[in-house]
Design a binder for this molecule. Structure first.
Ligand SMILES: C[S@@+](CC[C@H](N)C(=O)[O-])C[C@H]1O[C@@H](n2cnc3c(N)ncnc32)[C@H](O)[C@@H]1O
Length: 258
C-alpha cells in the first residue's frame, strides 16, 4: 500500500462516516466501542458491539484503518513469502486485514473472499475493497463453516493466504477448536496463515495452544509493537478519545505455506 493509496482511502472513509455525525458524537462512539471490546469482551459472542450508527462509524473510520495499518506492518515484519494470489479473510468485518495483505503485493493483487456474519460489516468490506481498487467478495457465512468448506475440496491450496484479524477471539470455544483443525488442514494443503489478535493476554487465552498446535507446521508467534507514524487524522481521533498509544500493538502468528 502506497502512502497515496492510504491517504486517499482515509479521506474517503472520513467523508463516508462523518456525514451524519458531529466530531464529539464520533469521539464518544470511539470510546463506547472500545469499552465493548475491552471491558465487556465476554459479551462479544452473544451481543454485537456494532449496535448503533455511532459505533459502526467508529469501527469503520477509526478501528478499520488502525487494523489496516497494523496488518500492513505485520505482513512486512513476519511473512516470509510473496503475497498470496487469493486471500480468505475470516471474520473479515470491514475487510481491512485481507486488503492490507493483498496490497502488499504488486499488480495483479490478490483477490479476497471475506466471511462474516454481520450484514453492515460485509457491506462495508465491499465498499472498502472497491475504494481500494481490490477485487473482493463478501460472503455472509460463519468463518468456521467457510473453512470447513474450503478444506472439503480436494484441490491444492497453494497460493492461498488465510487471515483472521481480531476475530478468532469472538468465537465460542467449540467453533474455535474446529477452526484450528481446518486451518492446520489448509496449511498442509499449501495455504499460509496469518493470525492477528490484541496484545492483552486476556483477549486470547487460547493463543499458546494455537501456537503449539501449529508449531510443527512452522508457526512463528510473537508480540509486536509497530512504531508507525499515525496519519494526522487518526492521531487526532485517538487523542480526542483519550488513547495515549502511538504504537500499533498486536500478537501475530504466521504459518508459512509448506
Ligand atoms: C473485531 S471484528 C474484526 C474485523 C476485521 N477482521 C478487522 O480486523 O477489522 C470481529 C469480526 O468477526 C466477526 N465474527 C464474529 N464471529 C464470527 C463468526 N462465527 N463467523 C464469521 N465472522 C464472525 C464479527 O462480525 C466482526 O466483524
Amino acid at each position: 500500500m502506497t502512502p497515496t493509496e492510504r491517504d486517499h482511502f482515509l479521506a474517503a472513509l472520513e467523508t463516508r462516516h462523518l456525514a451524519n455525525l458531529t466530531r464529539p458524537e464520533f469521539t464518544r462512539a470511539v470510546r463506547a466501542l472500545s469499552v465493548r471490546y475491552v471491558e465487556r469482551r465476554g459479551q462479544l459472542p452473544t451481543r454485537s458491539p456494532l449496535d448503533s450508527a455511532g459505533k459502526r462509524a467508529a469501527f469503520g473510520l477509526f478501528y478499520a484503518p488502525l487494523h489496516l495499518l497494523t496488518v500492513d506492518a505485520a505482513v512486512r515484519a513476519v511473512t516470509t513469502a510473496a503475497p498470496p494470489t487469493r486471500i480468505i479473510d475470516l471474520g473479515c468485518g470491514t475487510g481491512v486485514c485481507g486488503a492490507a495483505w493483498a496490497m502488499a503485493g504488486s499488480d495483479p493483487r490478490a483477490s479476497i473472499d471475506g466471511y462474516d456474519l454481520h450484514p453492515w460489516a460485509l457491506e462495508e468490506a465491499r465498499w472498502n475493497w472497491q475504494t481500494l481498487g481490490l477485487t473482493g467478495r463478501p460472503v455472509r457465512l460463519d468463518a468456521v463453516a467457510a473453512m470447513e468448506r474450503t478444506v472439503k475440496g480436494r484441490g491444492s491450496l497453494s497460493g492461498t493466504g488465510i487471515v483472521a484479524g481480531w476475530a478468532v477471539n469472538e468465537l465460542e470455544a467449540p467453533g474455535r477448536a474446529r477452526l484450528l483443525e481446518t486451518v492446520a488442514a489448509a496449511v498442509s494443503r499449501g495455504a499460509s496463515f496469518l493470525l492477528v489478535e490484541p496484545l492483552a493476554r486476556g483477549a486470547a487465552p487460547w493463543w499458546d495452544d494455537w501456537a503449539r498446535a501449529l508449531h510443527r507446521q512452522g508457526a512463528v508467534a510473537g508480540d509486536h509493537k509497530f512504531a508507525v507514524d499515525l496519519p494526522a487524522r487518526l492521531a487526532e481521533f485517538s487523542d480526542a478519545a483519550g488513547f495515549s498509544n502511538r504504537t500499533l500493538g498486536a500478537r501475530v502468528l504466521w504459518v508459512p505455506a509448506p
